[in-house]
Structure formats: C-alpha cells, structure tokens
Write a protein that binds this ligand. Sequence first.
Ligand code: GLU
Length: 437
Amino acid sequence: MSKKQTTSAEDLRRVGGMSYLNPNAPEPWASFVEQIERVKPHLGHLAKWIETMKHPKRILIVDVPIIRDDGSVAHYEGYRVQHSLSRGPGKGGVRFHPAVTLNEVMALSGWMTIKNAAVNLPFGGAKGGIRLDPRAHSQAELQRITRRYTSEIGIIIGPDKDIPAPDVGTNEQSMAWMMDTYSMNVGGTATGVVTGKPIPLGGSLGRHEATGRGVFIAAREAGKRIHLPVEGARVVVQGFGNVGGIAARIFQEHGAKVIAVQDHSATLANENGIDIHAALKHVEINGGLAGFPGASPISGDDFWLLKSDFLIPAALEGQILPERAQKISTKVVVEGANGPTTPAADDILQQRDILVVPDVLANAGGVTVSYFEWVQDFSSFFWTEEEINARLEQIMVGAFDAIWKLSEERNVSLRTATFIIACQRVLAAREQRGLYP
Ligand code: GLU
C-alpha cells in the first residue's frame, strides 16, 4: 500500500494563501537567466564565461519515502542543486513547501551564488527543497522526512562541500535533525555541515534574527541615500515569519509605523501602526495572523495599493508582476524574499522611480551570519551577539555602499549593480581556476 504524495492546484491555493501563488508568474529560473543576460554587457572580458551562470554545476533529485503516522507509505520528491562551487563550498537553505519544483530550486541556487558573492562570502551557491506541505505533517513525520532527505543528499553535502541552512518551511529543529543524521552517517559530530542550528548544537547567536536584521539595515541604508528616514516611515510587510516578522519588529523598534502585514492566513491593516510585538505573540500561539485583534482585515488586492515608504515582500517569489508594479504606491521595495519581483516588473518600478533593493543584497544577512556560524563551528570558539551584529552591520553596509556607488557610476539598477559585482567575482574565480581537464 504505497501512497504517492500528490499536490493538486487546490491544495496549492489552500496552503499558499490568497496571494502567494500566482499562476501568471514566469518560471523562476527564466527570471534568473534574464537577470544574468542583463549583466552580460557590463562584464568586459569576463562575459566570455557568463554561460557558466546558466548551467548549474550539479543537480541531485532524490526520492524521500517515509512511513506515515497512519502506517501508510508516502514518497516525496527532494532536490539539492549546487549552482556554483567556484568560490568555495555550496551554501544555501532547504525549503519545504508544496510548490517546490526543480525549476524553483535551480533559481534559488543561482540567487545564492549571486548573494554570497555580492557580500563576498567564500561560498558558491546551492539550494535544496522538498515538495510537501509541512503544516500537513506531524513533527514525527517531518523528522523522518528530514532525516531521509539528509541521508539521500549526504553524498554531496558536508562542512567543506555544501552547507544547508533553513529556508521557507524549515527551522532550527530541522537543522538539528540534519546535523545529527549527517553526523551519524559519518561517525562523528559534524556541527559545520549545516547552519541555522539551535545554539546548544553549535548554532550562532544572532542567526535567527539575521535575515530580518539585514533587511532592516538594507532599507535604512537605501533610505539614507534618498533622504527617507526610517523613523516615522510607513511600512508594509508581506510574510510574517522569520524574515518579515523580525524585520517588522526591528522597523518598529526604530520608530517606523508598520501599517499592514500579510501572511498565509490573513491580510491586516491599521493606519495607526500595528503593535508588532503583540502580532508576533499572536502568531506564536495561533500559527498565523488570522484573528489578530489589533488590526482590520483588508483584501489581498488593497494590500498592494496601500501608500507606504517601504514595501517589504518577504514571502515567496513571483509576487510583483507588471500589473502590480504599475499600481504599487511606495518609495522603496526591499526584497526580503528571494525573487519576489519579475524582470518585467523590475523595469516598471524603475520607470516609476521606485527604488528596489534586490533580494540578493537585502536578504543577505541570513547567509552572512550562517557564514559566521560555520567559522565559529570550525574554530570551536563562539562570539558574542554584539560581535556578530557588529560584523553583520559592517558587511551589509560595506556591500550596500559598493553596490550603490556602482549603480550610480554605470547608471544601472541596484539589482544589476549587485549582479555585476557578484558575477565579476564568480567569473574571475572561474577564469583563474581554469577548466579541468
Ligand atoms: N535560506 C536563506 C537564504 O535564502 C539562508 C541561506 C543560508 O544561510 O545558507 O539566503
């Protein structure tokens, strides 16, 4: 009695919520390739190597079978894509979501290559995922799925080969299971095989908050350049998890007013500003924003029309398509999610003078502190939270500065400037290493 896990379009809509899954969005890998194409004219002699970016180095597709709690057998499709290993081991998260496809994981791995190079971490880019709805599984089932997946991709991951981390649908607990499974298989405790682990297992202080903190730093830096202070700013946030929820909280702590939030369960607004601490507490207890009394429900369409200073898409890709880009009423889009804006929508935002701080810069804080975690695990010497936050600040501000300057010099968007800097680093490494054999 084998039960194949299938996911219907109806399931996707139910799980993804009203606005997360857009059937009109182009395939994410096509968006990534288009972004790479746009950089080519800016790369000089390195353009010779640009095709590298359109060819992921290694793709592993695995079957993940488990016995479910009711005794039946279920199979899930899992992936690990190593897009580039030119500058170091692969690095990037693992996503559990019903809409995961190989195409999506390929794009996410490519964005990791760009992100890691943009902030100059000594990593290539990788990503993994399993197509499943984590909310439809018990903790025991999730543990079996995570462990079997880790074992299956065990042949290509490792502290000096490819280092997974959390992404949508995974968390510290998932990383503890991954670390343990890999460790059992190699016969010793290998803390450096994953990052985003619980603190007692070699996790880093500040890692849990790092992506949201980095989003805030990127927004603040963008605001400085256009004389838009965070204090008093109107902020709209899509996604209220590890990225959006924490970014919203830090915005509020710095005097901004978060006027609307959206997650898989609800879209809520309050012109006077939502009490983010109370909203986070509500989500902790109830699993979503639905029913939070401190704001009023609005429609998913109205959410995108709200007048704001900073708009933070921090959910999934394919959220800002041309039609929405025409209507959005904000000054700065800060991409907490990976790939929320399609290239065609990017052009419209640029025409409309809406500044876009791209994902590959704005959400790089997470992988930056992952890098710190990996370094701490290797040296078995752990830093204070102050040290970690100070180093994160330094890397984010330094990268933002260089990217801003280049975008002014070349008169290109921040996204193209980020891709130029990243591709220069990746392709120079490629050229210097040379082709084997
Ligand atoms: N999943 C996160 C990202 O998209 C973090 C990856 C990591 O820490 O390796 O950047």
